[in-house]
Unconditional design. Structure first.
Length: 326
């Protein structure tokens, strides 16, 4: 009997040890998920970052710059690191990360350090940046598709890897297909108006785009299969509608001029939407939002300083703030 009990004890210890070792094993390629702070403060002279995206592979935020025309990263300690500073980057706006690449809208509305008479209103490109190699690997030129002043503001990527870009000055959508061919995807009267037209854009897995208009505060739904456009019925226009991000059926709209982040939801496939919450605390000219580790983060870009006084705008610190419903 003693021998049996001893064998059982030894077997139990060996089984427990094996389970422990199994549980402690992990794929070397998998990084443990870190907790993202509720607010990150980062510093870079006169950066004025308009676009933001989250790179889960490096666990850092990718940010652009209106004034410097650069791409950099911000880690979870708030450390800013310059990633790419290329002559083709005049001012950088919307950013999306897909896989190991960042896709960046670059244009020039005349208030960047690299702005000139040769580039102001004439540059419309999307640049593909390899995040691990920290270099520009491909350029998609959109300016040759249209005459007149151009401003490529933001972009979205669908499940087939097509890229859609908002043209804010002239009011239409560009498209860059998977092969790299650029075209004007869609023109519509609902896109047009005075001043800044189409701005933020997101892809919905239902097969459509949601796009906002800065000058009217409206949100439009663009069906990708038949190119139909409809206006999403809102409780009220959203002042200074800028960047958009989508998490499930929650759409976050950044109001750059109001400093209000609006959370909208829809129960009818974005025919209508309701305002469920807002966040208004601690924002100065916010411009864009992104999802990081399941939470929504807003880029507090101080963009009004750049708009009102571009020649003297010289802020050194900026924040990335977690959305807090009020």
């Amino acid at each position: 009997m003693k021998r049996v009990i001893k064998s059982l004890v030894v077997s139990t210890i060996m089984l427990t040890s094996s389970l422990f070792l199994l549980g402690s094993c992990k794929n070397d390629d998998e990084k443990p998920v870190k907790e993202v702070p509720s607010t990150l403060t980062f510093s870079s002279d006169a950066l004025y970052p308009e676009g933001i995206a989250y790179d889960s592979q490096s666990q850092s935020f990718v940010v652009g710059s209106i004034k410097q025309g650069t791409i950099g990263t911000v880690d979870f300690t708030g450390k800013y690191t310059l990633l790419v500073n290329d002559p083709l980057l005049i001012s950088t706006y919307g950013i999306k990360v897909s896989g190991n690449f960042a896709y960046v809208c670059t244009g020039d509305i005349g208030n960047g350090a690299k702005s000139s008479s040769a580039t102001t209103g004439k540059v419309a490109k999307v640049l593909k940046i390899d995040l691990s190699q920290k270099r520009l690997v491909q350029t998609y030129d959109l300016s040759s598709l249209v005459t007149g002043s151009v401003f490529p503001n933001d972009l979205a990527i669908d499940d087939a890897e097509n890229i859609y870009v908002t043209e804010s000055f002239q009011g239409f959508l560009y498209k860059i297909d998977k092969s790299g061919k650029a075209s004007i995807f869609l023109e519509n009267e609902l896109f047009k108006g005075e001043g800044f037209n189409l701005n933020g854009i997101v892809f919905h897995k239902g097969g459509y785009l949601l796009v906002d208009k800065t000058n009217t505060g409206k949100i439009l739904k663009v069906n990708l299969s038949n190119k139909s456009v409809s206006e999403v019925t809102l409780p009220a226009p959203i002042e200074g509608a800028d960047g958009l991000t989508l998490k499930g059926e929650s759409l976050y709209v950044v109001g750059y001029s109001s400093g209000v982040i609006s959370e909208l939801k829809s129960t009818d496939n974005w025919q209508t939407a309701t305002l469920v919450a807002t966040d208004t605390i601690g924002y100065e000219g916010p411009t864009a939002a992104t999802i990081a580790e399941g939470k929504t983060y807003i880029l507090n870009a101080k963009v009004l300083e750049m708009i009102n006084n571009p020649a003297t705008a010289s802020s050194k610190t900026f924040t990335i703030k977690r959305y807090q419903a009020q």
